[in-house]
Design a protein around this ligand. Structure first.
Ligand SMILES: NC(=O)c1ccc[n+]([C@@H]2O[C@H](COP(=O)([O-])OP(=O)(O)OC[C@H]3O[C@@H](n4cnc5c(N)ncnc54)[C@H](OP(=O)(O)O)[C@@H]3O)[C@@H](O)[C@H]2O)c1
Length: 263
């Protein structure tokens, strides 16, 4: 007798950090996986998920491009996707005028264009089947103008907003949309964003496994959003009442190049 197949989850950016931990949450909860990242490290991560009992399809693709997302969609091959965890993203420090525009485009195309293109493709299938869960990794950065991280914070404001809107559109469709909003989390994010000399880059951060567990649980419960950690909850509550100009000045202190002092 054929064995019943497990539910399938797609996790983008599963090679490191929050995405790696989200994929582990899926494997621990009996999902099979399709995991994607841009660099070869994803193959090593996939072995960890397999060791937890998941059947894993692995793809190395640049999700900043429509072609990369198309490759991922082709790998799904018409299978029912029970959960889409759209997590891949990258930051970018320094003043906007000092950033390389190719790097700026990479942030926008990874965090926004590739993410929503994938969500539209998989979301249409979920709506057709009247079932599915979507988790989007936004950020509390989306509430705060990101002085010295302007494009990144704006990209997360886009995702936070998009997530709530899509959730409302799919209210009666059997598909839930959840926005995971972490605060500063211990991952490769700040090194990749060239922000290790900043106060936020050097400061205390949340544990990626804790953040992922919070997000996974909220997705399984069909919640609209979840801010991980009480200090981040406080920060996002304050951000709702403090003028944007003051938030932007506060952000300068955390993210300005050199704000972390010498090390
Ligand atoms: N760390 C924080 O403080 C923090 C706070 C709030 C929200 N977040 C969000 O959390 C998510 C995960 O970040 P993280 O902190 O876990 O950082 P991370 O350790 O750098 O992980 C980022 C993941 O995304 C993948 N990725 C990036 N660009 C990609 C692309 N163009 N195509 C395919 N994969 C790509 C990376 O794979 P490759 O290495 O192969 O490129 C990696 O697997 C991001 O959306 C980030 O904005 C992070």
């Amino acid at each position: 007798m054929a064995s019943k197949s497990k539910p399938l989850a797609i996790v983008t950016g599963a090679s490191t950090g929050i995405g790696y931990e989200l994929a582990k949450c899926c494997a621990a909860n009996d999902y099979d996986l399709v995991v994607v990242a841009d660099e070869p490290e994803i193959k090593k991560a996939a072995k960890d998920f397999e060791a937890m009992g998941a059947k894993v399809d692995t793809l190395q693709a640049d999700l900043a491009t429509l072609e990369g997302v198309d490759k991922l969609y082709a790998l799904i091959g018409g299978r029912s996707v029970d959960a889409l965890l759209a997590n891949a993203g990258r930051g970018l420090g320094k003043g906007f005028l000092d950033q390389d525009f190719d790097d700026v485009m990479r942030v926008v195309n990874t965090n926004i264009t590739g993410t929503i293109y994938l969500i539209q493709k998989v979301g249409r299938d979920m709506r057709e089947r009247k079932a599915g869960r979507i988790l989007i990794t936004g950020s509390i950065a989306g509430f705060i103008p990101g002085t010295y991280q302007a494009v990144y914070n704006a990209s997360k404001a886009f995702l936070d907003s998009f997530s709530f809107a899509l959730r409302a559109e799919l209210k009666d469709a059997g598909v839930t949309v959840t926005c995971l909003m972490p605060g500063a989390t211990e991952t490769e994010f700040f090194a990749r964003a060239d922000m290790l000399d900043t106060a936020v880059g050097q400061g205390k951060k949340d544990d990626a496994a804790d953040v992922a567990r919070t997000g996974f649980k909220a997705m399984m419960n069909g919640e609209g959003d979840v801010v991980s950690g009480w200090h981040n909850k406080l920060q996002s509550a304050i951000a709702n009442v403090v003028p944007a100009s003051i938030l932007a000045e506060q952000h300068r202190k955390k993210a300005a190049p050199g704000s972390g002092g010498t090390h």
